[in-house]
Structures are given as structure tokens and as C-alpha cells.
Design a protein around this ligand. Structure first.
Ligand code: MG
Length: 367
């Protein structure tokens, strides 16, 4: 029978949240739920979670599949308390703040215990590590002998219980040190990088990619010998009818950006019923939209824009448009793709009655 102890009794204060970091949401579930879920496997018979008194009720409500037990003053005491409850003959001990542990790491841990009586998840050091004293290097261990130790750490239950009894009031940072001190050198197995521990605020940041589409159409008919497109003045047989400067391309870009960020469209922010936007410079409005999506913790990855216009000829101006838009969006021009095509004489576009622009934006949201 295999038991798991998940350590959740700490305060997680280094993450700087107002509550235990294990209650922080990760894709709709708390960290501790994700961690317990990772161990909810057919070959795991029992899951014990240690909790502080303050968090106990919430832990019980969140984790109906686990046995929630009260921890102690230190991690060492909490594990000792939990070990009393363990029914399995093999026990895996794991940090509550490592929700990304894989099934392979868990089963490798169990295999190691079956073979060597212990299994400590560890990663070979990739950086050079040194021992220091008084701010100076004292020794440089051979990198091939250096590992960083993670969890899960698996043991025969009787042996780790014995180790904790012998440890008395001494405080250890992990279970492999208790075991290695009192029982035997613990056996390592190589884990994976994904199994990282969420400690500091930035460790909880997640990146999400979000795409958005925007489409705009404006009709010719304004007595004017130019249009404004992509922030550039382009000679034309007629101007585009609009309340603003009629920059149909920037309007499509703005809607794509707002849509990707899940915000309302430009009509909401810049209503054409508002005289403030009469003849408005769309490039200025785009600056405002970029600020709004930044406030949503989004940065722009790229823009892709397709113009459908029978006239005027746009090709000579595309480079300048890419630069202008890139300047506003803090993108190199190469990340602002613009293609232009005619409509082969068909429909309102082909009849030079109007121009339609479709834009796609890709955003990276980090929060
Ligand atoms: Mg428009």
C-alpha cells in the first residue's frame, strides 16, 4: 500500500500573498488542489495533507479525497504528525507548492523505494555551484557530483518514522536529510524541470496567448483627394466617409487588439456620437488602445492585416504603414504584416465603393 504526505502547513509568506500561497488559483483551481490531483492515481492508496490550524477548514472543503491533518510549528514537526497517520508501507512526501509533478516522476519515486528503500527526486546541477564562506569561494565541488533536491521523496514508512523519532526537536529542510542522517544515504533519482516549486510571486505568473480579430469597412464618397490608412496619407480619387479620420486599417487593428484582450470594441471606447472624436487621429486612438491592453498585462506578439481595396494603389505605402504601426505598438515593423489585394472588380470593393480591412492580433498575457 502506498501513502502520500503533501506538506501544506506552511504560510508560503515569501510569495507575498495575503493568504497561504497554496490557495492561489492556477487555471481555475488552487495550487493545493492541483498538487493533490497530480497524486490522485490508481496506484496511490492514501493522500494525507498537512495544514495549519488557520487553513484547516478550507483545506478540508477543497480536498474531499485527502485526509487533512494538523501540522506543527516546523516542516519537520508537520511531517512527523502526518507520519503517525500513514497506513501504507511505502510513503512519498511532497511539497504542496509543486503542482506540476508528473505521473512518471511519482512512479519513478516508488520504483526507487522498491529497489533501494528510498527515492529522492533530484536534478543534476546545470550551473557551477560553489561553497562559500565570508562571501568568498571556499570550495568548488565537481559539478557532476552536485544535485538540487526536490520532492517527491519516497521511503519505507517504518524507516522514515524511525528517522523522525531519532531527529527529536532538530529542524531539517527536507526528509532526505533526516533519513540520510539517521538511517542510510538516501538514493537519488532524476526528476524533471517541470516539477518546480512555486515560492516567489513571479513563480505564479502564467503566460497565455490570445488572438483577436477585427474587421472594418468604410465607404468612399468624401470630397477629398486622399485617404488615411495605417496612419499614412495616401493619394486617392475620393476620401472615406467617417466621423474620425476614416483610418479603416487602424480601426480593424484596434478591434483585433481589444477583442484579443477580451475588451469591448472601439465603438464602446470612442463612440461616433461623441463630438470629441470628430476627425479624430486614429493613430492617437491606437495609442490609447495599446495602453488599455497593457493594463490587462498583455503585450503584442504580432499583427497581421489584410486590406481589400480596388483603389487607390497601396503597395508603395505598405513599408511606411508597417513602421508607423510598429512605432505605436512597440513592435519591429516585421511583426506588422500587411497585405493588400483588389477584389477583382467584384462587389462593393471591386466597384470602388468602399474598403474593407481584416486584422488579426496575437497577444501574450502574463498574470
Ligand atoms: Mg471604422
Amino acid at each position: 500500500m502506498i501513502s502520500v504526505i503533501i506538506c501544506g502547513a506552511g504560510k508560503g509568506a515569501r510569495a507575498g500573498f495575503s493568504e497561504n500561497k497554496l490557495f492561489y488559483p492556477l487555471d481555475g483551481k488552487t495550487v493545493i488542489e492541483r498538487t493533490v490531483e497530480a497524486f490522485s492515481l490508481p496506484f496511490i492508496d492514501e493522500i494525507i495533507v498537512t495544514s495549519s490550524q488557520a487553513d484547516e477548514e478550507r483545506m478540508r472543503a477543497l480536498l474531499p479525497q485527502a485526509n487533512v491533518v494538523l501540522g506543527g510549528e516546523s516542516r519537520t514537526q508537520s511531517v512527523r504528525n502526518a507520519l503517525r497517520e500513514v497506513k501504507g508501507d511505502i510513503v512519498l512526501i511532497h511539497d504542496g507548492a509543486r503542482p506540476f509533478v508528473s505521473e512518471k516522476v511519482i512512479s519513478d519515486c516508488i520504483e526507487s523505494v522498491k529497489k533501494y528503500d528510498s527515492g529522492i527526486c533530484a536534478l543534476p546541477a546545470t550551473d557551477t555551484t560553489v561553497l562559500a564562506a565570508n562571501g568568498c569561494i571556499r570550495a568548488v565541488p565537481d559539478r557532476s557530483e552536485v544535485y538540487t533536491v526536490q520532492t517527491p521523496q519516497g521511503f519505507r514508512t517504518a524507516a522514515i518514522r524511525r528517522a523522525y523519532e531519532l531527529a527529536g526537536d532538530e529542524v531539517f529542510t527536507d526528509d532526505s536529510s533526516v533519513y540520510s542522517r539517521y538511517i542510510a544515504p538516501a538514493a537519488l533519482f532524476v526528476g524533471d524541470k517541470q516539477n518546480r516549486k512555486l515560492t516567489f510571486h513571479e513563480d505564479f505568473m502564467q503566460e497565455t496567448y490570445r488572438s483577436g480579430i477585427g474587421i472594418d469597412t468604410h465607404a468612399f464618397g468624401k470630397e477629398q483627394d486622399f485617404i488615411v490608412m495605417g496612419g499614412i496619407k495616401i493619394p486617392s480619387f475620393s476620401g472615406l466617409i467617417a466621423h474620425s479620420d476614416g483610418d479603416v486599417l487602424l480601426h480593424a487593428v484596434m478591434d483585433a487588439l481589444l477583442s484579443a484582450a477580451g475588451l469591448p470594441d472601439i465603438g464602446h471606447y470612442f463612440p461616433d456620437s461623441d463630438p470629441a472624436y470628430r476627425g479624430a487621429d486614429s493613430a492617437k486612438l491606437l495609442e490609447e488602445v495599446v495602453a488599455r491592453i497593457r493594463a490587462e498585462d498583455c503585450t503584442i506578439v504580432n499583427l497581421s492585416i489584410a486590406v481589400q481595396a480596388q483603389a487607390p494603389k497601396l503597395a508603395p505605402y505598405i513599408g511606411r504603414m508597417m513602421e508607423k504601426i510598429g512605432g505605436i505598438c512597440a513592435l519591429p515593423p516585421s511583426r506588422v504584416g500587411i497585405t493588400a489585394g483588389t477584389n477583382e472588380g467584384l462587389g462593393y470593393i471591386g466597384e470602388k465603393k468602399g474598403i474593407t480591412v481584416t486584422a488579426i492580433a496575437l497577444l501574450k498575457q502574463t498574470r
